[in-house]
Ligand binder design. Sequence first.
Ligand code: FAD
Length: 367
Amino acid sequence: MIGPGNAPDSTHNDTCARIIPATLSDVNSVDIVAIGAGQAGLASAYYLQREGADFVVLDRQMAPGGAWQQVWRSVRLVSPPLYTRLPGLAWDLPFHHPPSGPEVSGYFADYEKHYALPIQRPVRVRSVSGDGRLLVRTDSGDWSARTVINATGTWDHPFVPSVPGMASFLGRQLHTASYDTPEEFAGQHVVVVGGGNSAAQILAEVSTAARTTWVTRRPPDLRGGPATEKDLVAVTDQVDERVRAGLPLRSVVSYTGIGRTDAVVAAEARGVMVAHPLFDRITPTGIAWNSGETLAADAILWCTGFRPALSHLAPLHLRGPAGGIVVDDTRVAADPRIFLVGYGPSASLISSHRAARHAVTYALSTA
Ligand SMILES: Cc1cc2nc3c(=O)[nH]c(=O)nc-3n(C[C@H](O)[C@H](O)[C@H](O)COP(=O)(O)OP(=O)(O)OC[C@H]3O[C@@H](n4cnc5c(N)ncnc54)[C@H](O)[C@@H]3O)c2cc1C
C-alpha cells in the first residue's frame, strides 16, 4: 500500500517497542547469525561453512533467490555471470544470455542445495539487541549470537516520498517493488516518478503499452552509466569513501548516470524520455503543480528507489552524527559485533563476494 511517511534510509522501527522478553530456554544459541539469503548472505554462508563456523542463516522469503525472485519480468542481470556468480559453484550460462530473475533465483536455489547451507525460512528478523551476546528476535523463535553478519539488501525497504494529497488519489499507485509488466497498464495514462535506472527502464517499456509522463526531482542524467571496469571501480571507491565517513548513502545513478540500454535508447527515439519537474501535489484524478497546471492520470508508478533494510538493527544505534553508518570494509565502527555485507560499496554482485569473505574473516578472528 503506497502512502505518505515511508521513511527514508531508516534504522528505526516501531516493532522494537513491542518486544516481549524471551526466557533463556526459548533462545537458540549459535556463534554467528547471518541475516538474509540473497547473494550477499549466500556468499557469507559459503565462507562461514568453509571455515567450519557454527552459524545459521535466517531469511524472510518463502523461497531462494533474495531480491531476484521479486524483480519485474524484463529485468536481466547486466553484469556477466563470470564475474557475478557466487563463490565456488560454477554457473554455466553463456555470456550472450543475460539471466532473468527466475534464472538467477534458480542458480541461488541450486547453490543452497549444493552446499547444504543451514538456511531457515521464512524467518523474519524483527530486532537485534543486547550487550555482550546479541539477541536476535524473529517471528519464528529467537537466537543468541556472538556476532551478526547482516545481508538484508534493499528490496524489502522501498522508498516513496511523501507528497500532499497522495492518499486522495483514486487511481492506482504502486512502487517498482510491485511492478511486473507493461501490459497491465495497456491504454492508460501512467505517471512514472523517479530519475534512476529502474525509472528509465520501466518508463521505456510501459510507454510501449500506455501513454506516459515522466516526472523527476532533478533533470535526469542520461549520460550512459559506467563504460569500463575502471569506471565501476572508481564508483565503488567513491561509495566506500562516503561510507567510511559515515555519510548517508546516495543513489547509484548520482555516480553513474542512467544506463543507456537498447530499450532506453529506443524510447528516447520515440520521444518518451522527456522529464517534467516533480509535481507539488496529488489530486483524486491526477497530479498538479503550483503553477496551476494539472494532469489526469490512471496510475502513478513510484520508481523512487530503495533504502537499506536495516530497521531490525535500530536497537543497536549504529548511525553516527553525519547521518550514516560508519563502515570500514564491512565492520561497523559503532558495534564490532556487526558486519554489513551488500551495503554501500559491496551492494553489487561483483563486490559482495569479497565483502562476504572479509566479513567472515573478521567475524571469526574476533572469536
Ligand atoms: C532490478 C535490479 C537489477 C540489478 N542488477 C544488478 C546487476 O546486473 N549486477 C549487479 O552487480 N548488481 C545488480 N543489482 C544490485 C544488487 O546486486 C542486487 O540488488 C542484489 O540482489 C542485492 O543482493 P543482496 O544479497 O544484498 O540483497 P537481496 O537479494 O535483497 O537479499 C536480501 C535477503 O534478505 C532478506 N531480508 C531482508 N530483511 C530481512 C529480515 N529482517 N529478516 C530476514 N530476512 C530479511 C530479503 O527478503 C532477501 O531474501 C540489481 C538490483 C536491482 C534492484
